[in-house]
Design a protein around this ligand. Sequence first.
Ligand SMILES: Nc1ncnc2c1ncn2[C@@H]1O[C@H](COP(=O)(O)OP(=O)(O)O)[C@@H](O)[C@H]1O
Ligand SMILES: [Mg+2]
Length: 325
Amino acid sequence: MSADPHQQALIKAARRLGIETIYDGDPSQSPCDRVIYRTRERSVTIVEGCIYPGLTPQVDALCADKHRTKSVFRQCGIPSPRSIQLDRNAADLQQQLETFWADAPSGSQVVCKPTLGTNGEGVTMGLRDIESLYTAIQRAASDTLVIEEQADGYDLRLQVIGDRVVAACIREPAYVTGDGHSSIGQLMADRDRSIQTQNPQNRLLVNDETLQLLEKAGMTVDDCPAAGEKVTVKQVANIGQGGMAIDVTDTLHERYQAWVDCLAHSLPLDIFGLDLISPNPQADPKENHTVALEVNAQPQWLHHTFSERKQHDIPKLILEYLLQL
Ligand SMILES: Nc1ncnc2c1ncn2[C@@H]1O[C@H](COP(=O)(O)OP(=O)(O)O)[C@@H](O)[C@H]1O
Ligand SMILES: [Mg+2]
């Protein structure tokens, strides 16, 4: 049995749909988890549960690079936050930062993230001055970084299958809700266990970001919040880091589908995730300063299967699409 939670979900869906599954090669020999899904008419191979046959190495590399992806956003008329890409070893680093900062509206905040990052790892948000930006750059795990204006709004994630937006959810950074007697550390450990039952790869762990957020709020992990009190323990809204997914598919504004049509044809790619920041997913994104952050060419979609309000059978939709059922 595959150890990958996305592949496991696909295998379960295949069993329900009467689709044959075959492990491609010896999993102990191959570093990749490859499964063939086969009907009488067709077969497809899915690697690690999220690499589908339509993804070419060129498109994969384009989407992995947050700076290059912006050229496709521009081509499709999709706004994205103003940004620069820089090498932190560049001789003129200070000059580049000053030029970037000079054009930022006063009071704005900046994000520093690896050009090739995933899962919210290494993303530093809320940088308010050039000194803290400089510190974030020096602490970053990568040399090549994107420095970007921080957008306000909900973290909106769209799942696209065969050019269609099939699911949309907003993601909230991880929080815990007090019960009057457990400490923040205990509440986080409880939620960590519970989210691992949804996807064993998702974790809610205390890290520097947690400690800084709590310190700003005048708290520590040993404090016990009052019953019902909500304490935010992460800044980034990634599900992999304990974030909550709240489904908004049924009320999503129709322009998102038009944007996805253009992206699907321009990249080109048929199955992907699109990350945006939107103040209100129901409203026209052209008119409310919605911006696109990145295209996930190897999309994680399990959160749509356990989101709040509505759940989607994404593995079934993927198999039906790929096998033309
Ligand atoms: N410019 C930005 N404005 C607001 N939030 C951002 C911005 N860039 C990143 N974030 C936050 O960080 C998260 C991760 O950033 P993203 O660009 O999607 O990279 P990845 O998911 O590959 O790590 C986003 O989901 C969002 O919460
Ligand atoms: Mg992302």
